[in-house]
Design a protein around this ligand. Structure first.
Ligand code: MGD
Ligand code: MGD
Ligand code: MO
Length: 664
């Protein structure tokens, strides 16, 4: 999350740019956020609340007033609660607004009502986060600004030039003044990979094998830091005895598709570095064995002791070390536990959940009809005539088209909120830059208005955003909680500074866990390992190509699809095939092609490029159905869970590509 300056003329946001005075944002934003003035002022925004007039999914609505909309929602919910209990309602609110209040209070509303609860984020980061927690513990990783002390940077499954532009810029800056080699490990030759000193085009889903292969070489060559291992880690003896012998350079090369020479070169660079920083991405964890992959890579800096050094170690996320009293907003009242619905299984649960079935759905700040796997099931679930659906969004999304009532949402530039970065140690109060467009209202406002109509008495539902923010500091510990309130509300960036001497470990043992007792109890391998996944292997035998899914440079997920300029920059929804795979199928660059597997088929434009390896089809971003030749990529992805964290397995998708012959 960047620190931004919005310029406002006549009450209208005219420009958004990175704050030049912020040490990390350093005066620039990514190509998408630079266009956020266009997003707020987009002619495609919904102006008023809407009520459905046509069949679900048809997008036929009529304008209604806010009071009418909110009264109807409250009346329907009360009737459903009286008949079936609160668990017949599901609040499905996610992260498009990153403010702690606008994100948290919607969940707080459903918590207080005692409805079924969303196990949120499984579409995104629960796998990597849980795997990190089992290894390092629920604590933030290395500070990206410490890269000024690094002597080697590894971008492991993260496209830094797309999703981490400020870190990338610090790396480029560092390279100007000292040797700072960059290694990129990614199946796609991304922008970051093209700028790397060593690029390893790894086979999808084989990162654990590479990390273990590197450990094998480090041990073989006497580059393991035995003091660090014995003082700060547990279980390496088991890994060394049972696992590392299996990952010889030759076998590692066979599994990962990388040349032995490159594996040796990378291991030598890593072993000889004094402060190597691994920037971990989430991309490598969105497949069946994603948890093992992340765990294995996160263990690597323990072998060399880089976790103990400033500028060394690994960074996945920083948010866990911003210790605020989140419960004040997210869990004001309500039962301690309730029925859980996995974020990935919306379709499944809408169709099959019983005792009681889900009868009412409130979707805010996400677009599951595009971004959830098994889109066919999601569409079928959303099309249920007996489901009362409300969607709160600035735009008429694919999901909103299925709603009974659509509420126009304010964007982050039109709200007051407190933000905590999750890739850096900063937080900041973000003031409302302009009044919401049309009749749009913020998530915070809607949560409060519905809470009042539902008779909830928690004071958080009547507080101003500033007063609610102050609740987050009550009883909180750690550096974030000591923020000077006057500076905070004046909008100054607050540095969440930790005085760590090396990476802290918040595991049961207090050490980096090569051996994890909790994983053993769950019936998972307690030590890092790599084994082929049987379901993937069966699918791979049937289908010749594997899906690689990564953010688009100008269309990440669907939140920027309301900006015409960015849609054009990204181009028509497309896929990328290696020249060999395109030639073997007689497919030319620019052709419309059919992507298909057992789950269905979609139509995209083809780009032929060797940025991917043979055997891979890359589909950047998730694009709404109306933009593509036909359909959307998640129609081909299953809602199966990852090994750890019950996360998404988009990249365990196998398929084929052929000429587009019109919808079948
Ligand atoms: N500016 C900006 N920043 C963002 C976002 C945004 O929209 N805009 N979105 C945010 C969100 S929601 C998220 S989740 C993060 C995601 O940001 P990241 O953590 O960077 O994760 P991804 O971008 O999903 O994937 C990164 C890379 O992983 C590669 N990859 C895929 N499979 C494998 C594999 O098996 N092994 C390896 N080594 N690499 C693999 C992909 O090719 C891709 O280049 O970005 C966040 N940051
Ligand atoms: N195939 C495949 N699928 C994926 C991924 C992948 O790599 N491959 N990545 C996954 C990941 S990492 C993620 S995080 C998810 C993201 O998936 P979603 O959470 O669905 O994210 P978006 O598509 O950006 O949708 C966000 C919606 O919120 C709306 N919005 C923006 N601001 C506000 C606000 O302030 N209030 C309200 N009420 N609404 C607002 C936007 O207009 C948009 O419609 O997708 C996942 N899906
Ligand atoms: Mo995400």
């Amino acid at each position: 999350m960047c620190s931004l300056i919005a310029s406002v003329e006549d009450g209208k946001v005219v420009r958004v740019q990175g704050d030049p005075d912020h040490p990390y944002t350093a005066g620039f934003a990514c190509g998408k956020v630079n266009r956020d003035a266009d997003l707020v002022n987009s002619p495609e925004r919904i102006a008023t609340p809407l009520k459905r007039t046509g069949p679900k999914g048809s997008g036929q609505f009529t304008a209604i007033g806010w009071d009418e909309a909110l009264d109807e929602i409250a009346a329907r919910w009360k009737a459903i609660i009286a008949e079936s209990g609160p668990q017949a309602i599901l609040g499905y609110a996610y992260s498009a607004h990153q403010g702690l209040m606008n994100r948290g209070l919607v969940n707080g509303l459903f918590h207080a009502l005692g409805t079924s609860r969303l196990q949120a984020g499984t579409v995104c980061d629960t796998c990597c986060e849980e795997a990190w927690n089992f290894t390092v513990g629920p604590v933030g990783g290395a500070d990206p600004e410490d890269v000024v002390h690094s002597d080697l940077v590894i971008s492991w499954g993260a496209d830094l030039a797309a999703t981490n532009v400020h870190f990338w810029s610090l790396v480029e800056h560092g390279k100007k003044t000292r040797p700072l080699p960059v290694v990129v490990i990614d199946p796609r030759r991304t922008r970051s990979a093209r700028a790397a000193d060593l690029y390893l085009p790894i086979r999808i889903g084989t990162d654990a094998a590479l990390a273990l292969g590197v450990m094998h070489i480090l041990v073989r060559d006497g580059l393991a830091d035995r003091d660090y291992l014995s003082n700060h880690t547990i279980g390496f003896d088991r890994v060394e005895r049972d696992i590392l012998p299996k990952f010889t350079p030759a076998r590692t090369a066979e599994i990962t598709g990388l040349p032995v020479a490159d594996i040796e070169k990378f291991a030598a660079m890593y072993g000889k570095a004094k402060a190597a920083l691994i920037r971990l991405g989430e991309g490598m964890t969105r497949l069946a064995n994603g948890g093992q992959a992340l765990r294995s890579v996160a263990l690597l800096p323990g072998v060399t002791g880089h976790y103990g050094v400033k500028g060394g170690g690994a960074l996945l996320l920083t948010a866990a070390s911003c210790d605020l009293n989140y419960g004040a907003v997210r869990r004001p009242s309500g039962p301690a536990s309730s029925r859980m619905v996995n974020h990935l299984r919306l379709g499944e649960e809408l169709l099959n959940m019983k005792d009681p079935p889900i009868r009412a759905l409130f979707v805010a700040a996400n677009n599951p009809a595009v971004t959830c796997p098994e889109v066919h099931k999601v569409q079928k679930g959303l099309a249920r005539e007996d489901l009362f659906t409300v969607v709160h969004d600035p735009f008429m999304t694919d999901t909103a088209k299925y709603a009974d009532i659509v509420l126009p949402a304010a964007s982050y530039l039109e709200t007051d909120d407190l933000y905590r970065a999750y890739g850096a140690y900063w937080m900041q109060w973000g003031r409302k830059a302009a009044e919401p467009r049309g009749e749009a209202r913020s998530n915070f406002h809607v949560a409060q208005a519905l809470a009042q109509r539902m008779g909830l008495a928690d004071t958080i539902f009547t507080m101003s955003p500033q007063d609610a923010a102050l609740e987050l500091f009550k009883g909180a510990t750690g550096p974030a909680s000591t923020a000077d309130r006057a500076k905070l509300f004046a909008g100054e960036p607050i540095h969440i500074k930790h005085d760590w001497k090396g990476q802290p470990f918040a595991t049961p043992s207090g050490k980096l866990e090569f051996f994890s007792e909790p994983l053993a109890r769950m019936g998972l391998s307690p030590v890092p390992d790599w084994n082929p996944d049987p379901i993937e292997a069966a699918d791979a035998a049937k289908w010749p190509l594997r899906l690689l899914t990564a953010p688009g440079y100008f269309q990440a997920h669907t939140a920027f699809s309301g900006v015409g300029f960015l849609r054009q920059r990204e181009g028509k929804p497309f896929c990328v095939l290696h020249p060999q795979d395109a030639a073997a199928r007689g497919l030319a660059d620019g052709a419309a092609v059919r992507l298909f597997n057992d789950r269905g088929e979609i139509g995209l434009a083809l780009r032929v490029s060797d940025e991917v390896q043979p055997g891979v089809v890359l589909v950047p971003g998730q694009r709404p159905t109306g933009e593509a030749v036909s359909g959307t990529i998640n129609m081909l992805c299953s809602d199966r869970y990852t090994d750890i964290g019950e996360g998404a397995t988009y990249q365990s998708t196998y398929l084929d590509v052929g000429p587009w012959r019109g919808a079948q």
